[in-house]
Design a protein around this ligand. Structure first.
Ligand code: 0RQ
Length: 503
């Protein structure tokens, strides 16, 4: 068995998770690894949560600010939120206990574009990063690190933190070595230079994470799988969404607006996104590429079938079966998958240069094409904006998708006005629901409204929305984006009061 901790100078730092958790000071800014459940440390955060719980029992309080790549596992977000151990959380989270804390007001949450995080820390916008807690697959003789199943913000955490705690996870295959591409050319303004990446498969960095051994205060050996959530088999509604999109892509190829092998695909998280990938895997397009954040099962299947030539991402986000398939055939996947820091996987410069096709799920859109990805009824957070904004604004094609209705039909996902805006009408080109697709390119607000109402709205809500729009056209003072101010949020208000948007 390969020795996972080859830097002998660091052997004296090996300790238990409980001992390591004692080294995290109260009020610290802590940067942890982890992106959609993959590559997150588990033992140290769980031990820290236990320590915090005991301190609360003794009448003391203890909180940290927690920064990560994106969402993590229940052992981090769930455990620390449960004991009320997080003061401020950023940049993305999807844990049910964390969500409850945020929505009851006992935890601060800064929901931000994922590509911004690293640079904001380098700029000093969030103050000093005190401690980094990073999961790795191994430590090399010079102290450099073999990353595990996600890269996220780990490079920045290791560079910026005063103190470093490493979890060395024996479960992470050593064959991961070589799949990562850690770019060390990022400068601060005004010294920035172009990032030399012109193809999704380009390698522009180093295989390993640099780490100053003098900063390492603890090493905790672990052995655990990533948090892998299963995907639902694509339902009829998701399949219809996928069908509309594939028809649209065929049409664009015919018109010469997309090449036959399309352009690099970005696909968001969740079941709809996965269904669209399944649709593409059965579709007519060959030799596809992807420039995305997370590699889900759908893309793995496309790599396997050969439909997808290569995939660039920052994290694996696989189901248990997906993980099994990946590990079993890791040599097949190694030269087809590259894992990058999230400031690179989501970089506006690269998304714009490559001409990415961005496909993200949403909570709701309004008749003008403003999109809400994050909030229910304007005030309660669902997850966060994640990378959707990095991609949407800079993409060649910016696509948002949802079922036309939610909550068994009590909620329409197309509304008079969104209750919160994540992606403005200027960043949204295509809206797709199970009902159909609205192509908003080149349309004025009134033309957008007609297209969205005609193509995307569920029949239960179409007459209501049509009626609203026609009255708005007549009553609204401004005729550019007709709005009845007293009614714009009345559907949400009704849903909050009665449980349904229906009158
Ligand atoms: O809640 O399970 O409690 O019923 O929202 O909805 O339909 O299962 O869809 O899993 O694709 O998630 C936008 C949340 C969609 C996700 C969102 C309720 C619905 C259900 C989930 P229940 P579905 P999905 C790159 C891209 C932002 C981040 C992003 C997301 C739950 O895709 O977080 O794009 N996106 N990242 O019932 C009230 C509505 C609703 C609604 C759906 N109109 N009103 N509730 N729901 N529509 C990846 C990363 O950044 C990591």
């Amino acid at each position: 068995e390969f020795d996972r901790i080859q830097c002998t100078a660091l052997h004296s730092k090996i300790m238990t998770a409980e001992q390591a958790a004692e080294l995290i000071p109260e009020g610290a800014n802590v940067g942890m690894s982890g992106f959609t459940g993959s590559g997150s440390p588990n033992a140290v955060p769980q031990a820290l949560a236990n320590r915090i719980e005991k301190l609360y029992e003794q009448g003391k309080s203890f909180k940290i600010d927690l920064w990560t790549g994106a969402s993590t596992a229940p052992e981090i977000d769930g455990a620390l939120a449960k004991v009320n151990g997080i003061h401020t959380r950023l940049p993305y989270q999807s844990d049910p206990i964390g969500r409850k804390r945020i929505n009851e007001g006992s935890m601060q949450y800064i929901d931000m574009h994922l590509s911004h995080v690293a640079q904001y820390v380098w700029f000093g916008f969030f103050g000093k990063l005190d401690v980094a807690v990073i999961e790795v697959a191994g430590i090399l003789p010079d102290g450099s690190l073999i990353p595990s199943t996600s890269v996220g913000n780990n490079k920045t955490w290791l560079d910026q933190a005063d103190l470093v705690i490493l979890e060395v996870n024996e479960y992470a295959p050593l064959a991961l070595a070589g799949m990562h591409d850690i770019y060390y050319g990022t400068q601060l303004p005004p010294h920035r230079v172009p990032i030399p990446l012109t193809k999704t498969s380009d390698r522009i960095g180093e295989q390993y994470l640099r780490c100053d051994p003098n900063k390492v205060i603890a090493i905790v050996p672990t052995n655990k799988s990533d948090r892998n959530s299963a995907f639902k088999a694509p339902d009829d509604s998701s399949k219809r969404i996928a069908g509309h999109l594939i028809e649209f892509f065929k049409h664009e190829v015919k018109l010469g607006r997309l090449p036959k092998d399309l352009l690099p695909l970005q696909s968001g998280v969740g079941n709809i996104a996965n269904a669209v990938l399944a649709g593409l895997n059965d579709g007519p397009f060959e030799n596809l590429t992807s420039f995305t954040e997370v590699l889900q099962d759908g893309m793995l299947a496309m790599l396997r079938s050969g439909k997808l030539a290569n995939a660039s991402c920052t994290a694996l986000s696989l189901s248990p079966e997906g993980e099994h398939e990946f590990m079993k055939n890791i040599d097949f996947y190694r030269d087809k998958v590259v894992l990058r820091p999230q400031e690179i996987s989501n970089h506006p410069e690269l998304i714009r240069r490559l001409g990415v096709i961005a496909m993200n799920a949403m909570i709701e859109a309004d008749i003008y094409g403003n999109v809400n990805s994050t909030h229910v009824n304007g005030s309660a957070i669902m997850n966060g904006i994640g990378g959707s904004g990095d991609f949407a604004r800079n993409a060649y094609l910016s696509i948002f998708m949802a079922n036309s209705i939610a909550k068994n039909g009590d909620v329409s996902c197309i509304v008079p006005s969104v209750s919160h805006v994540d992606h403005t009408e200027h960043d949204v080109q295509i809206i797709v629901t199970d009902q159909g697709l609205a192509d908003l390119r080149g349309l004025s607000p009134k033309e957008r409204a007609r297209s969205i109402i005609a193509n995307c709205v569920h029949p239960d809500y179409k007459p209501l929305l049509q009626d609203y729009y026609e009255r708005a056209l007549f009553q609204s003072v401004g005729k550019h984006t007709p709005t009845i101010l007293s009614e714009a949020l009345s559907w949400h208000d009704r849903a909050q009061r009665t449980g349904s948007m229906k009158p």
